[in-house]
Design a protein around this ligand. Structure first.
Ligand code: CTP
Length: 402
């Protein structure tokens, strides 16, 4: 009874292979699984709700706007009450809806609303499977963590030959068992944005204003979030630290470019703003190298403020991440300044650190931080920056799960 106590939400979409869904339900039940079935209008052309109901021993759901169904179990609850959502067979149409985030019936609404992992078993004509649109849709879904089983190659109902046949029910059962056996990563399906490194603000084509940030802390946070399964965009200034590999890296130079890249990465579930953004830039950087003139006065640099990236993204609005984490680098009165910064910049948490003259934090390998949340301040011991990142990522996972 490998699936004892596990709950599977099975979506049966249209296609001649839909009859195999009945055999799949039988196998799932025999393995101890509890199955709730959703039948699309297309699926109902090939199997009946009555057959699915008899085999699952539960009501079969088909209607999005059903008053009785909504009063018994709302569609959001239906999408969340399962341990795994399985689409078998998954038609080209339902895969396209999933990739585009479209929902116009119960099945596609559940797929958009679920916070559980999704396994699809595609089944369609070979030309449809090989069409560039389906290939792109599958790539999108795989990138988002959707699990895929099949399709198999063989003779098709339409007298063609090739990949497109629904995987056999025992193979789908095995994929379901594997998916449920592997512990889900706590940030799977979550999107994260991390800023890191310094910014370089040009004075002329060869000179710039900068700071000592190495990008090590921000890069480690991006890596830790990706390690917990998040889909991470790392917007990095010209950092010396090596960027992690399993993130989407966007390299920028200036604060203005960093803001633009952050805005382009939205929406995200969490934003962590670890970059040491230059507060000012030269009002008008010279287009050609500034030259010394014998006996001449040094150039006067007029500075103007840079946009505050953290405050801009944290401002209330529909694209504000659910959790916004800022950093505060201070040289005294750490908690008071950091708490003030948390309120002023409208962020949820502040990771505050003392960057006093000779503690080696800025550009170093260790960090001693204080996490400031609505609940108060929490001093962490001095740790390697990777350990700080790991702890922070765990806290973020817990907060987003709540
Ligand atoms: N930050 C930002 N954009 C800026 C300046 C800062 O996104 N233009 C972010 C940093 O990434 C960090 C937080 O704001 O998360 C705090 O930065 P810090 O330099 O410590 O504070 P300041 O805003 O510069 O305030 P002050 O100069 O008063 O310390």
């Amino acid at each position: 009874m490998s699936l004892s106590g596990r709950r599977i939400l099975l979506i049966v979409s249209g296609g001649i292979a839909a009859y195999k869904a009945l055999e799949l339900v039988r196998l799932l039940r025999r393995a101890g699984g509890e199955v709730r079935a959703v039948l699309t209008a297309g699926g109902a052309q090939f199997v009946t709700a009555l057959s699915l109901q008899a085999l699952t021993e539960h009501k079969v759901y088909s209607e999005i706007f059903s008053l009785t169904d909504e009063s018994e179990m709302g569609h959001i609850q239906l999408s969340r009450s399962a341990d795994l959502v399985v689409v078998a067979p998954a038609s080209a149409d339902i895969l396209a809806h999933m990739a585009a985030g479209l929902c116009n019936d119960l099945a596609t609404t559940l797929l958009l609303a679920t916070d559980k992992r999704v396994l699809v078993a595609p089944a369609m004509n070979v030309r449809m499977w090989q069409h560039a649109a389906t290939v792109a849709n599958m790539a999108t879904l795989r990138e988002r963590g959707v699990l895929v089983v099949g399709p198999d190659e063989g003779a098709m109902a339409c007298n063609e030959w090739g990949p497109g046949r629904l995987a056999e029910p025992p193979a789908i059962l095995a994929a379901i068992e594997t998916a449920l056996a592997a512990p889900a990563l706590p940030l799977a399906g979550r999107r994260a944005l991390v800023t890191s490194g310094p910014t370089h603000e040009p004075i002329d084509p060869v000179r710039y204003l900068a700071n000592r940030s190495s990008g090590r802390q921000g890069h480690a946070i991006a890596a830790a979030l990706a390690g917990l399964g998040a889909d991470v965009t790392l917007v990095s200034g010209p950092a010396t630290a090596t960027p992690p590999e399993d993130v989407r890296l966007v390299r920028v130079e200036t604060a203005t470019e960093m803001l633009r890249a952050c805005q382009a990465a939205l929406p995200v579930d969490v934003g962590v703003f670890a970059a040491a953004v230059a507060d000012w830039r030269v009002a008008s950087a010279a287009g050609t190298k500034l030259k010394k003139t014998p006996g001449g006065a040094p150039p006067e640099l007029q500075l103007v403020p840079n946009p505050d990236i953290l405050a801009t993204i944290a401002a209330a609005g529909p694209s504000r991440p659910r959790l916004v984490v800022g950093f505060a680098a201070e040289t005294g009165d750490l908690r008071a300044y950091a708490e003030d910064k948390r309120r002023r910049k409208n962020c949820d948490w502040i990771v505050a650190n003392d960057v006093g003259a000779d503690d080696g934090i800025m550009g170093g390998s260790e960090n001693e931080v204080c996490l400031i949340t609505e609940a108060g301040a929490e001093a962490w011991p001095r740790l390697r920056k990777e350990e700080v990142a790991g702890r922070l990522a765990e806290r973020i996972a817990t907060a987003l799960a709540g």
